[in-house]
Design a protein around this ligand. Structure first.
Ligand SMILES: Cc1ncc(COP(=O)(O)O)c(C=O)c1O
Ligand SMILES: [Zn+2]
Length: 419
Protein backbone atom coordinates (compact mmCIF):
# COMPACT_ATOMS: atom_id res chain seq x y z
CA UNK A 1 0.00 0.00 0.00
CA UNK A 2 1.32 3.45 -0.87
CA UNK A 3 0.06 6.91 -0.04
CA UNK A 4 2.39 8.55 -2.53
CA UNK A 5 0.43 10.52 -5.13
CA UNK A 6 2.86 12.46 -7.30
CA UNK A 7 6.16 14.31 -7.46
CA UNK A 8 6.18 17.99 -8.43
CA UNK A 9 9.25 19.96 -9.54
CA UNK A 10 9.97 22.82 -7.15
CA UNK A 11 11.21 24.99 -10.06
CA UNK A 12 8.98 24.38 -13.11
CA UNK A 13 5.99 22.63 -11.52
CA UNK A 14 6.28 19.64 -13.86
CA UNK A 15 4.44 16.65 -12.38
CA UNK A 16 5.46 13.01 -12.30
CA UNK A 17 3.64 9.83 -11.35
CA UNK A 18 5.33 7.77 -8.61
CA UNK A 19 5.49 4.79 -11.02
CA UNK A 20 7.81 6.79 -13.30
CA UNK A 21 10.28 6.79 -10.39
CA UNK A 22 11.87 10.07 -11.50
CA UNK A 23 15.16 11.22 -9.99
CA UNK A 24 15.93 14.50 -11.75
CA UNK A 25 13.47 16.92 -13.39
CA UNK A 26 13.32 16.34 -17.13
CA UNK A 27 13.47 20.12 -17.64
CA UNK A 28 17.03 19.92 -16.22
CA UNK A 29 16.37 23.02 -14.13
CA UNK A 30 17.88 21.70 -10.85
CA UNK A 31 14.43 21.70 -9.29
CA UNK A 32 13.73 19.25 -6.50
CA UNK A 33 10.91 16.78 -7.16
CA UNK A 34 8.79 17.32 -4.07
CA UNK A 35 6.95 14.21 -2.96
CA UNK A 36 3.20 14.63 -2.45
CA UNK A 37 1.15 12.28 -0.23
CA UNK A 38 -2.57 11.73 0.00
CA UNK A 39 -3.13 13.31 3.41
CA UNK A 40 -6.90 12.72 3.37
CA UNK A 41 -6.43 8.98 3.00
CA UNK A 42 -3.53 8.96 5.44
CA UNK A 43 -5.66 10.60 8.14
CA UNK A 44 -7.70 7.41 8.39
CA UNK A 45 -4.61 5.39 9.29
CA UNK A 46 -2.39 7.75 11.19
CA UNK A 47 -3.90 8.91 14.46
CA UNK A 48 -1.84 9.86 17.50
CA UNK A 49 -3.02 6.69 19.22
CA UNK A 50 -2.21 4.43 16.31
CA UNK A 51 1.31 5.84 16.10
CA UNK A 52 1.96 5.86 19.84
CA UNK A 53 0.92 2.18 20.08
CA UNK A 54 3.64 1.15 17.62
CA UNK A 55 6.83 -0.21 19.19
CA UNK A 56 9.72 2.28 19.27
CA UNK A 57 11.58 0.16 16.69
CA UNK A 58 12.09 -0.40 12.99
CA UNK A 59 14.13 2.71 12.20
CA UNK A 60 12.63 5.39 9.95
CA UNK A 61 10.17 2.75 8.68
CA UNK A 62 8.19 3.18 11.87
CA UNK A 63 6.62 6.00 9.81
CA UNK A 64 6.53 4.02 6.54
CA UNK A 65 3.26 5.55 5.31
CA UNK A 66 5.04 8.92 5.01
CA UNK A 67 8.08 7.60 3.16
CA UNK A 68 8.41 7.18 -0.62
CA UNK A 69 9.99 3.70 -0.78
CA UNK A 70 8.96 0.16 0.12
CA UNK A 71 9.85 -0.59 3.75
CA UNK A 72 10.40 -4.30 3.08
CA UNK A 73 13.31 -3.34 0.82
CA UNK A 74 15.06 -1.23 3.46
CA UNK A 75 18.25 -2.21 5.27
CA UNK A 76 17.89 -3.63 8.81
CA UNK A 77 20.23 -1.05 10.36
CA UNK A 78 17.71 0.64 12.67
CA UNK A 79 18.55 4.27 12.07
CA UNK A 80 16.71 7.08 13.83
CA UNK A 81 14.57 6.73 16.98
CA UNK A 82 17.36 8.61 18.71
CA UNK A 83 17.06 9.93 22.27
CA UNK A 84 15.82 13.39 23.19
CA UNK A 85 18.06 14.31 26.09
CA UNK A 86 17.50 16.93 28.77
CA UNK A 87 21.09 17.59 29.86
CA UNK A 88 20.61 19.37 33.17
CA UNK A 89 24.27 20.27 33.82
CA UNK A 90 24.57 21.73 30.34
CA UNK A 91 21.28 23.60 30.52
CA UNK A 92 22.16 25.19 33.87
CA UNK A 93 25.52 26.28 32.50
CA UNK A 94 24.14 27.90 29.33
CA UNK A 95 21.03 29.36 30.96
CA UNK A 96 18.50 27.50 28.81
CA UNK A 97 16.36 25.53 31.21
CA UNK A 98 14.23 23.76 28.66
CA UNK A 99 16.72 22.76 25.97
CA UNK A 100 16.65 19.22 24.58
CA UNK A 101 19.44 17.58 22.62
CA UNK A 102 18.26 15.36 19.79
CA UNK A 103 21.23 13.01 19.77
CA UNK A 104 21.75 11.97 16.16
CA UNK A 105 25.27 10.73 16.91
CA UNK A 106 23.57 7.45 17.93
CA UNK A 107 22.71 6.55 14.35
CA UNK A 108 24.30 3.40 12.83
CA UNK A 109 27.10 5.31 11.08
CA UNK A 110 27.22 8.17 13.58
CA UNK A 111 25.22 10.88 11.80
CA UNK A 112 21.64 11.86 10.90
CA UNK A 113 22.44 11.08 7.24
CA UNK A 114 21.45 7.47 7.95
CA UNK A 115 17.84 8.63 7.88
CA UNK A 116 18.36 9.91 4.31
CA UNK A 117 20.30 6.93 3.04
CA UNK A 118 17.87 4.41 4.55
CA UNK A 119 15.21 5.77 2.21
CA UNK A 120 17.48 6.59 -0.75
CA UNK A 121 19.00 3.11 -0.88
CA UNK A 122 15.65 1.32 -0.40
CA UNK A 123 14.48 3.24 -3.47
CA UNK A 124 17.60 2.19 -5.41
CA UNK A 125 16.75 -1.44 -4.67
CA UNK A 126 13.14 -0.85 -5.76
CA UNK A 127 14.49 0.58 -9.03
CA UNK A 128 16.78 -2.45 -9.43
CA UNK A 129 19.88 -0.25 -9.52
CA UNK A 130 23.17 -1.98 -8.84
CA UNK A 131 25.50 0.96 -8.31
CA UNK A 132 24.95 4.06 -6.22
CA UNK A 133 27.06 7.22 -6.26
CA UNK A 134 27.34 10.29 -4.08
CA UNK A 135 29.09 13.62 -3.66
CA UNK A 136 29.58 14.49 -0.02
CA UNK A 137 31.83 16.00 2.60
CA UNK A 138 31.95 12.55 4.18
CA UNK A 139 29.00 11.73 6.45
CA UNK A 140 26.42 11.16 3.72
CA UNK A 141 28.97 9.13 1.78
CA UNK A 142 29.88 6.87 4.70
CA UNK A 143 26.19 6.41 5.40
CA UNK A 144 25.47 5.54 1.76
CA UNK A 145 28.38 3.09 1.84
CA UNK A 146 26.93 1.33 4.90
CA UNK A 147 23.44 1.02 3.46
CA UNK A 148 24.79 -0.10 0.09
CA UNK A 149 26.93 -2.73 1.85
CA UNK A 150 23.97 -3.97 3.85
CA UNK A 151 21.89 -4.47 0.70
CA UNK A 152 24.67 -5.61 -1.63
CA UNK A 153 24.93 -2.57 -3.92
CA UNK A 154 28.18 -1.11 -5.26
CA UNK A 155 29.00 2.35 -3.98
CA UNK A 156 31.17 5.13 -5.41
CA UNK A 157 31.84 8.24 -3.34
CA UNK A 158 33.37 11.57 -4.37
CA UNK A 159 34.62 13.62 -1.43
CA UNK A 160 36.66 16.82 -1.04
CA UNK A 161 40.45 16.72 -1.03
CA UNK A 162 40.50 17.48 2.72
CA UNK A 163 38.12 14.70 3.77
CA UNK A 164 38.35 13.72 7.44
CA UNK A 165 40.27 10.51 7.96
CA UNK A 166 37.57 9.06 10.22
CA UNK A 167 34.92 9.41 7.55
CA UNK A 168 37.22 8.06 4.83
CA UNK A 169 38.24 5.06 6.95
CA UNK A 170 34.60 4.28 7.62
CA UNK A 171 33.66 4.51 3.92
CA UNK A 172 36.52 2.33 2.74
CA UNK A 173 35.89 -0.29 5.39
CA UNK A 174 32.25 -0.53 4.30
CA UNK A 175 33.70 -1.38 0.89
CA UNK A 176 32.92 1.78 -1.09
CA UNK A 177 35.20 3.07 -3.84
CA UNK A 178 36.42 6.46 -2.69
CA UNK A 179 37.84 9.37 -4.69
CA UNK A 180 39.05 12.72 -3.39
CA UNK A 181 38.23 15.35 -5.99
CA UNK A 182 40.26 18.52 -6.51
CA UNK A 183 38.44 21.85 -6.85
CA UNK A 184 39.03 23.56 -10.19
CA UNK A 185 36.50 26.42 -10.16
CA UNK A 186 35.71 28.78 -7.28
CA UNK A 187 32.16 28.44 -5.96
CA UNK A 188 31.55 25.10 -7.73
CA UNK A 189 31.58 21.87 -5.80
CA UNK A 190 33.89 19.52 -7.74
CA UNK A 191 32.39 16.41 -6.11
CA UNK A 192 28.93 17.31 -7.45
CA UNK A 193 30.34 18.09 -10.91
CA UNK A 194 31.96 14.65 -11.12
CA UNK A 195 28.95 12.83 -9.69
CA UNK A 196 26.70 14.27 -12.42
CA UNK A 197 29.15 13.27 -15.14
CA UNK A 198 29.36 9.72 -13.76
CA UNK A 199 25.56 9.39 -13.54
CA UNK A 200 25.27 10.49 -17.17
CA UNK A 201 28.07 8.24 -18.42
CA UNK A 202 27.51 5.06 -16.38
CA UNK A 203 23.79 5.17 -15.51
CA UNK A 204 24.51 4.96 -11.76
CA UNK A 205 21.88 5.87 -9.17
CA UNK A 206 22.63 9.33 -7.71
CA UNK A 207 22.16 9.45 -3.96
CA UNK A 208 23.73 12.62 -2.56
CA UNK A 209 22.04 14.14 0.45
CA UNK A 210 20.49 17.08 -1.37
CA UNK A 211 17.20 17.27 -3.17
CA UNK A 212 17.74 18.23 -6.83
CA UNK A 213 19.53 14.94 -7.59
CA UNK A 214 17.45 12.51 -5.53
CA UNK A 215 13.99 13.35 -4.21
CA UNK A 216 13.52 10.18 -2.13
CA UNK A 217 16.33 10.52 0.38
CA UNK A 218 15.10 14.05 1.26
CA UNK A 219 12.13 12.43 2.95
CA UNK A 220 14.17 10.43 5.47
CA UNK A 221 15.43 13.21 7.77
CA UNK A 222 11.92 14.59 8.34
CA UNK A 223 11.34 11.64 10.68
CA UNK A 224 13.39 13.60 13.25
CA UNK A 225 10.42 15.94 13.66
CA UNK A 226 7.92 13.11 13.98
CA UNK A 227 9.99 11.64 16.79
CA UNK A 228 10.42 14.98 18.59
CA UNK A 229 6.69 15.78 18.40
CA UNK A 230 5.74 12.31 19.59
CA UNK A 231 8.27 12.38 22.46
CA UNK A 232 6.92 15.76 23.59
CA UNK A 233 3.35 14.42 23.69
CA UNK A 234 2.31 15.45 20.15
CA UNK A 235 3.38 19.06 20.19
CA UNK A 236 6.26 21.09 18.80
CA UNK A 237 8.97 22.84 20.84
CA UNK A 238 9.35 26.64 20.50
CA UNK A 239 12.36 26.27 18.19
CA UNK A 240 14.56 23.71 16.44
CA UNK A 241 18.23 24.53 15.76
CA UNK A 242 19.59 22.82 12.67
CA UNK A 243 23.23 22.58 11.50
CA UNK A 244 23.04 23.56 7.83
CA UNK A 245 25.13 22.99 4.71
CA UNK A 246 23.11 22.09 1.61
CA UNK A 247 19.94 22.83 3.66
CA UNK A 248 18.45 19.45 2.77
CA UNK A 249 18.03 18.60 6.46
CA UNK A 250 16.26 21.87 7.16
CA UNK A 251 14.04 21.40 4.10
CA UNK A 252 13.19 17.91 5.37
CA UNK A 253 12.39 19.21 8.84
CA UNK A 254 10.03 21.79 7.32
CA UNK A 255 8.34 19.03 5.33
CA UNK A 256 7.98 16.96 8.52
CA UNK A 257 6.38 19.90 10.33
CA UNK A 258 3.88 20.37 7.48
CA UNK A 259 3.09 16.63 7.35
CA UNK A 260 2.18 16.61 11.05
CA UNK A 261 0.04 19.74 10.78
CA UNK A 262 -1.74 18.53 7.61
CA UNK A 263 -2.53 15.23 9.29
CA UNK A 264 -3.90 17.00 12.36
CA UNK A 265 -1.43 15.16 14.60
CA UNK A 266 -0.03 18.41 16.04
CA UNK A 267 -1.59 21.87 16.36
CA UNK A 268 -0.40 24.69 14.12
CA UNK A 269 1.76 26.40 16.73
CA UNK A 270 4.87 25.94 14.59
CA UNK A 271 8.43 25.60 15.91
CA UNK A 272 10.77 28.40 14.82
CA UNK A 273 13.25 26.78 12.44
CA UNK A 274 16.80 28.09 12.89
CA UNK A 275 19.49 27.48 10.26
CA UNK A 276 23.00 27.44 11.70
CA UNK A 277 26.10 27.81 9.52
CA UNK A 278 29.76 28.49 10.26
CA UNK A 279 30.99 32.07 9.71
CA UNK A 280 33.31 30.82 6.95
CA UNK A 281 30.41 29.45 4.85
CA UNK A 282 27.07 31.11 5.37
CA UNK A 283 25.25 31.65 2.05
CA UNK A 284 21.90 30.55 3.48
CA UNK A 285 22.20 32.66 6.62
CA UNK A 286 23.00 35.70 4.46
CA UNK A 287 19.91 35.01 2.36
CA UNK A 288 17.68 34.68 5.42
CA UNK A 289 19.08 37.79 7.09
CA UNK A 290 19.08 39.81 3.85
CA UNK A 291 15.55 38.84 2.80
CA UNK A 292 16.83 37.18 -0.41
CA UNK A 293 15.31 34.32 -2.39
CA UNK A 294 17.42 31.28 -3.32
CA UNK A 295 17.80 32.65 -6.86
CA UNK A 296 19.64 35.64 -5.42
CA UNK A 297 22.04 33.57 -3.31
CA UNK A 298 25.68 33.73 -4.35
CA UNK A 299 27.66 30.53 -3.70
CA UNK A 300 30.46 30.99 -1.17
CA UNK A 301 33.71 31.35 -3.11
CA UNK A 302 36.04 29.62 -0.69
CA UNK A 303 34.23 27.96 2.20
CA UNK A 304 36.35 27.51 5.29
CA UNK A 305 35.56 26.22 8.78
CA UNK A 306 36.37 23.54 11.30
CA UNK A 307 32.80 22.35 10.67
CA UNK A 308 33.78 20.28 7.66
CA UNK A 309 30.28 18.88 7.12
CA UNK A 310 28.84 22.35 6.57
CA UNK A 311 31.01 23.53 3.69
CA UNK A 312 28.63 23.15 0.73
CA UNK A 313 29.23 26.39 -1.19
CA UNK A 314 25.61 26.39 -2.40
CA UNK A 315 22.52 25.52 -0.36
CA UNK A 316 20.80 23.28 -2.92
CA UNK A 317 17.60 22.99 -0.90
CA UNK A 318 17.68 26.59 0.28
CA UNK A 319 14.31 27.40 -1.35
CA UNK A 320 12.38 25.09 0.95
CA UNK A 321 14.61 25.92 3.92
CA UNK A 322 14.05 29.68 3.47
CA UNK A 323 10.30 29.12 3.20
CA UNK A 324 10.33 27.04 6.41
CA UNK A 325 12.36 29.62 8.31
CA UNK A 326 10.12 32.52 7.20
CA UNK A 327 6.83 30.73 7.73
CA UNK A 328 7.80 29.72 11.27
CA UNK A 329 9.31 33.03 12.37
CA UNK A 330 12.77 31.44 12.58
CA UNK A 331 16.12 32.91 11.62
CA UNK A 332 19.64 32.14 10.41
CA UNK A 333 22.74 32.32 12.61
CA UNK A 334 26.42 32.00 11.86
CA UNK A 335 28.95 30.99 14.50
CA UNK A 336 32.74 31.22 14.65
CA UNK A 337 35.10 28.25 14.83
CA UNK A 338 35.97 29.26 18.42
CA UNK A 339 32.28 29.17 19.40
CA UNK A 340 31.93 25.80 17.68
CA UNK A 341 34.85 24.27 19.58
CA UNK A 342 33.48 25.65 22.82
CA UNK A 343 30.15 23.97 22.02
CA UNK A 344 31.92 20.66 21.26
CA UNK A 345 33.58 20.82 24.69
CA UNK A 346 30.38 21.74 26.53
CA UNK A 347 28.38 18.97 24.87
CA UNK A 348 31.06 16.48 25.88
CA UNK A 349 31.89 17.59 29.40
CA UNK A 350 28.46 18.78 30.55
CA UNK A 351 26.14 16.43 28.65
CA UNK A 352 28.28 13.38 27.82
CA UNK A 353 27.55 13.80 24.13
CA UNK A 354 30.58 13.59 21.83
CA UNK A 355 29.89 15.60 18.68
CA UNK A 356 31.94 16.51 15.65
CA UNK A 357 32.24 20.29 15.10
CA UNK A 358 29.45 20.30 12.46
CA UNK A 359 27.21 18.50 14.91
CA UNK A 360 27.77 21.04 17.68
CA UNK A 361 26.93 24.30 15.86
CA UNK A 362 23.33 24.18 17.09
CA UNK A 363 24.45 24.59 20.70
CA UNK A 364 26.79 27.44 19.72
CA UNK A 365 23.83 29.17 18.04
CA UNK A 366 21.50 28.56 20.99
CA UNK A 367 23.99 30.35 23.27
CA UNK A 368 24.41 33.20 20.78
CA UNK A 369 20.64 33.66 20.39
CA UNK A 370 20.14 33.60 24.16
CA UNK A 371 22.81 36.35 24.50
CA UNK A 372 21.07 38.37 21.79
CA UNK A 373 17.69 38.01 23.53
CA UNK A 374 16.11 35.99 20.72
CA UNK A 375 15.56 33.19 23.25
CA UNK A 376 14.93 33.50 26.92
CA UNK A 377 15.64 31.01 29.64
CA UNK A 378 12.20 29.43 29.54
CA UNK A 379 11.97 28.79 25.78
CA UNK A 380 11.76 25.13 24.88
CA UNK A 381 14.45 24.38 22.29
CA UNK A 382 15.52 21.29 20.43
CA UNK A 383 19.18 21.40 19.41
CA UNK A 384 19.90 18.71 16.86
CA UNK A 385 23.37 17.21 17.38
CA UNK A 386 23.94 15.83 13.91
CA UNK A 387 27.23 13.90 13.89
CA UNK A 388 29.60 12.03 16.20
CA UNK A 389 32.97 13.28 17.40
CA UNK A 390 34.45 9.90 16.50
CA UNK A 391 34.30 11.06 12.87
CA UNK A 392 36.84 13.81 13.43
CA UNK A 393 39.19 12.62 16.15
CA UNK A 394 42.22 14.03 14.36
CA UNK A 395 40.76 17.54 14.53
CA UNK A 396 39.46 17.24 18.09
CA UNK A 397 42.53 15.68 19.69
CA UNK A 398 44.58 18.71 18.69
CA UNK A 399 42.34 20.90 20.86
CA UNK A 400 42.61 19.00 24.14
CA UNK A 401 46.32 19.33 24.98
CA UNK A 402 49.11 16.83 25.62
CA UNK A 403 48.36 13.48 27.23
CA UNK A 404 50.83 12.98 30.14
CA UNK A 405 53.07 9.89 30.00
CA UNK A 406 54.08 8.62 33.46
CA UNK A 407 55.29 5.45 35.19
CA UNK A 408 53.01 3.64 37.70
CA UNK A 409 54.29 5.93 40.40
CA UNK A 410 51.95 7.74 42.78
CA UNK A 411 54.33 10.67 43.25
CA UNK A 412 54.34 11.38 39.51
CA UNK A 413 50.55 11.21 39.50
CA UNK A 414 50.33 13.49 42.54
CA UNK A 415 52.08 16.28 40.62
CA UNK A 416 49.18 16.30 38.15
CA UNK A 417 46.37 15.70 40.64
CA UNK A 418 47.51 18.56 42.86
CA UNK A 419 48.36 21.05 40.12
C1 LIG B 1 27.26 16.40 10.86
C2 LIG B 1 26.47 17.16 9.83
N1 LIG B 1 25.58 18.07 10.26
C3 LIG B 1 24.85 18.79 9.39
C4 LIG B 1 25.00 18.65 8.03
C5 LIG B 1 24.22 19.54 7.11
O1 LIG B 1 23.15 18.93 6.47
P1 LIG B 1 22.58 19.54 5.13
O2 LIG B 1 23.65 19.45 4.11
O3 LIG B 1 21.41 18.70 4.83
O4 LIG B 1 22.22 20.98 5.41
C6 LIG B 1 25.92 17.71 7.53
C7 LIG B 1 26.07 17.53 6.08
O5 LIG B 1 26.99 16.92 5.59
C8 LIG B 1 26.66 16.95 8.45
O6 LIG B 1 27.57 16.04 8.03
ZN1 LIG C 1 11.64 21.20 -13.29
Amino acid sequence: MSFLRELVCSKCGRRYLPAERPLICRSRDLGRLDVVYDYEELKEFLSRDALSRRPWAGGVWRYWELLPAARELGAPLNEGLTPLICARRLNEHVGLRRMWLKDETRNPTGSFKDRSMAVGVAKAVEMRMETVVTASSGNAASSLAAYAASLGLKCYAFVPEEVSIGKAAQLLTYGAKLFRVKAVEEGRDPTVQLMLKAVEAFGWYPCPSFGPFNPYQVEGPKTVVYEVAENLGWRFPDAILVPTGSACFLAGIWKGVRDLVELGLVGDDLPKLIAVQPEGNQPLVRAVRGGLSLGEVEPERSPRSIASGLLDPYPWDGDAAIEGIRRTGGTGVSVSDAEILDAVRLLANRAGVFAEPSGAVGLAAAMRLRDEGFFDESDELVTVVTGSGLKEVERLVSTVGEIPLITPDLEQLRVYVES
